[in-house]
Write a protein that binds this ligand. Structure first.
Ligand SMILES: N[C@@H](CCC(=O)N[C@@H](CS)C(=O)NCC(=O)O)C(=O)O
Length: 202
């Protein structure tokens, strides 16, 4: 059985849980309280020197960090990864965009506000910059989803899982999703997929 080191509110961890669930792969979760520095202990750093969850313990193989590396390992050969190499490249285009533009903006603002319980007043300009970058990323996503049910082809792929994780909780970072109708409709499509469960589900 897979063992996932995770923090349940984490969007990066959620990508892995959604993939494991969709593929009906058996797993157990070991919760790591990152708010208390539990991913920075010598024991955890021996598993992932980068001090971050998610980390997946793969029986017979070892430990794997980085959400997109993990989901691509799990998803290989399944319907979540396109057979066509062009479609696969488009999937990666979205997943790279997520790691560089979307997650660092929305994920960080949400972590400050939700997990660290810091206030907008206290965060000031740093928060404003993250929210502006988050809205800019959502504009790109909204354009990419216009007239489509899913990000690549017309089927659910790792790109949808990866981009959905932080997009659907953007309101927790103080970003209203109302101005993005294509994103809202896509969120509904994903939440209708088999074995979908909310972000803090184990
Ligand atoms: N690029 C990594 C980012 C992982 C990441 O930022 N993890 C955060 C939680 S979402 C974390 O463990 N933070 C704890 C810390 O930095 O101490 C991924 O996609 O997995």
């Amino acid at each position: 059985m897979y063992r996932l080191y995770d923090y349940l509110p984490s969007g990066n961890g959620y990508k892995v849980r959604l993939t494991l669930r969709y593929l009906a792969l058996p797993y157990e979760v070991v919760e790591v309280d990152i708010k208390q520095g539990a991913s920075r202990t010598p024991e955890f750093l021996a598993m992932n020197p980068n001090g971050r969850i998610p980390v997946l313990d793969v029986p017979g193989r070892g430990l794997l960090a980085e959400s997109h590396a993990i989901i691509s390992y799990l998803g290989k050969g399944s319907s979540l990864v396109p057979d066509d190499s062009w479609d696969e490249a488009l999937m990666w285009q979205w997943m790279c965009f997520e790691q560089y533009n979307l997650e660092p903006a929305i994920g960080t603002a949400r972590f400050w506000l939700r997990s660290q319980r810091r206030t907008a007043e206290e965060l000031g300009e740093r928060l404003t910059e993250k929210l502006n970058a988050g809205r800019a990323a959502l504009e790109v996503l909204e354009k990419g989803l216009s007239g489509r049910n899913f990000l690549v082809g017309d089927f659910y792929s790792l790109a949808d899982i990866a981009l959905y994780a932080y997009t659907h909780v953007a309101p927790e970072a103080g970003i209203d999703l109302h101005p993005y109708p294509a994103i809202r409709s896509w969120i509904r499509n994903i939440e209708s997929e088999r074995r979908w469960a909310p972000i803090t589900s184990r």
